[in-house]
Design a binder for this molecule. Structure first.
Ligand SMILES: CC(C)(COP(=O)(O)OP(=O)(O)OC[C@H]1O[C@@H](n2cnc3c(N)ncnc32)[C@H](O)[C@@H]1OP(=O)(O)O)[C@@H](O)C(=O)NCCC(=O)NCCS
Length: 485
């Protein structure tokens, strides 16, 4: 049975196992996948910054990590969006582990009230497991970039040729630094970052651009500087106005890979070969600071013809596509519920009274914003029926119902339903009958399978009798079954 749960990045042995699974999942079948370093990711998870929340999630079987997910969201902007990256090592694929992790993401996003999912997929050929998986979930490709690589150390002969053909740089001067931005350039550098964010093509990806301030720049450089040495070259006009910049990240603990990140020339300064001069100056910095890195990676939109041209001149070779994908989901109300089974295989159901008649369903209820599924289930079952929830109950079903009228203020409901086998117990929670009735709950009943199968009553999920039959006959499924109404 697969159990999906958040991992504590401070548990170093567990984090290492989780990271190994992530890395194996990312690199499989790809010539030049770039994986965030163990130290950099560990630091970012263990030391959250003020702008972003990052959660490491694992899919476990017998306490071994079989699949991983990074679930992240920004805290002060882009408040409808979450980013997910799901990675399953090849030997564990096609068993529903990716889907189980995805269901966790759907539930957590619903708890946060976020509806836009974004992800990036490295695709070496026409398609890949990741692109097939994302398509199956309903994601659409909104933006495509070429992922390009050039070997390091950079070819000195090519560098000489490029210098020669670039000629002299008239009307501008260049300033380079390694590490944090010198104070006298901070405002200009922050403004260039804002221009970069506004200018960089991102296709149809939903994105709110937030202007950079000097404070944000300093905070970001400080965080990033723990794990990466930033190599920057900036261009100014002779009167001191900023015209562009380029940035390479040299991971402090990655023996193999360096990243050519942003390169921007402001619109009014394009057409003067500034992009080439910036990159040349920064490659000089790279030659000075490089330790063991053997590859320089960069990403450029397929549609960005000028930058593609510069990259080709510098000898970058395309190794795969980076596809940015997005999916907007309805606003669903998340709830945790339990199929409670007694020693005689009887099922405990609670009865709701709605305008359109009674409905029998599993006990449980809506999650609070900061609860895990199990915490929510534990609270709800105590309140509603007075039953204690074990730590890792089997996760039976993940039900998404998009329909009006199921939960006020939402487009539908999301129920994660767990199996609890219990000894005989008397139903009676901490809520009074009047409090339960205020939530439309009017009583409960133990049902045998035969009674469920012959009943004319309405159940949620509708196919509850056959679902219960399958659980009683075959036990819980390995990964939660996806259900509709
Ligand atoms: C994508 C990935 C996470 C899928 O993990 P998984 O555990 O194999 O996923 P599931 O078993 O839940 O697959 C669910 C469905 O996705 C589709 N799918 C997944 N892999 C596929 C493949 N190689 N070819 C075609 N369809 C595929 C299928 O429809 C599959 O259902 P099925 O097995 O019943 O046909 C895994 O292949 C991976 O780690 N790839 C590399 C990283 C990546 O690209 N991640 C996606 C970015 S978030």
């Amino acid at each position: 049975m697969i159990i999906v749960r958040e991992i504590d990045p401070a548990d170093l042995a567990l984090f290492d196992e989780w990271y190994d699974a992530l890395r194996t999942g990312v690199v499989a079948g790809r010539e030049a996948a770039l994986v965030v370093g163990r130290e950099a990711l560990g630091f970012s998870l263990r030391t959250p910054g003020p702008l972003k929340r990052r959660i490491a999630v694992g899919a476990f079987e017998d306490d071994r990590v079989l699949g991983t997910m990074l679930f992240e969201y920004r805290l002060t902007d882009n408040l409808d969006t979450v980013e997910v990256e799901i990675d399953v090592p090849p030997q564990h694929r096609r068993r529903g582990i990716g889907t189980a992790l995805w269901h966790w993401a759907v539930t957590r996003a619903a708890q946060l009230g976020r509806t836009i999912f974004q992800s990036e997929i490295g695709v070496p050929g026409e398609s890949s497991p990741g692109s097939a998986f994302a398509e199956r979930l309903g994601f659409t490709v909104e933006h495509v970039e070429d992922h390009l690589v050039v070997p390091l150390p950079y070819d000195e002969g090519r560098l000489d040729e490029l210098r020669w053909s670039a000629g002299t740089l008239d009307g501008y001067r260049l300033t380079s630094w390694a590490g944090v931005c010198p104070p006298e350039h901070q405002q200009a550098y922050a403004d260039l970052h804002t221009a970069m964010d506004e200018d960089v093509p991102t296709g149809g990806m939903t994105r709110e651009v937030v202007p950079w301030t000097v404070e944000k720049l300093q905070a970001s450089e400080q965080r990033v500087g723990r794990n990466y040495l930033a190599l920057v070259t900036m261009a100014h006009t002779l009167s001191g106005a900023p015209a562009g910049y380029t940035l390479i990240y040299l991971p402090r603990a990655d023996a193999e890979h360096a990243q050519q990140d942003d390169t921007l020339v402001l619109r009014e300064h394009r057409g003067h070969n500034l992009g080439t001069h910036l990159k040349l100056a920064n490659l000089d910095q790279l030659a000075k600071h490089r330790t063991t890195q053997r590859f320089l990676h960069t990403w450029t939109a397929l549609s960005n013809a000028p930058m593609q041209k510069v990259n080709a001149r510098f000898g970058f070779r395309s190794v795969e596509q980076n596809r940015e994908v997005e999916l907007t989901c309805p606003r669903l109300r998340p709830a945790a519920r339990a199929l409670v089974v007694d020693p005689d295989d009887r099922i405990l159901l609670v009865r709701f009274e709605f305008d359109d008649g009674p409905l029998w369903t599993t006990p449980g209820g809506g999650l609070e914003a900061d609860e895990t599924l199990i915490e929510g289930l534990r609270r709800e079952l105590r309140e509603e029926i007075g039953l204690e929830t074990p730590d890792d109950p089997p996760h039976l079903w993940h039900q998404e119902v998009v329909a009006e009228g199921h939960a006020t203020g939402y487009d539908g409901v999301l129920n994660d339903i767990f199996l609890i086998r219990t000894g005989p117990f008397t139903v009676g929670g901490t809520l009074t009958e009047i409090e339960l009735q205020a939530e439309n709950l009017h009583g409960h009943r133990w049902w045998t399978l035969g009674e469920l199968q012959s009943a004319e009553d309405r159940f949620a999920p509708r196919s509850l009798p056959s679902l219960v039959e399958s659980v009683l006959r075959n036990g819980p499924p390995t990964t939660p079954l996806a259900l509709g109404l």
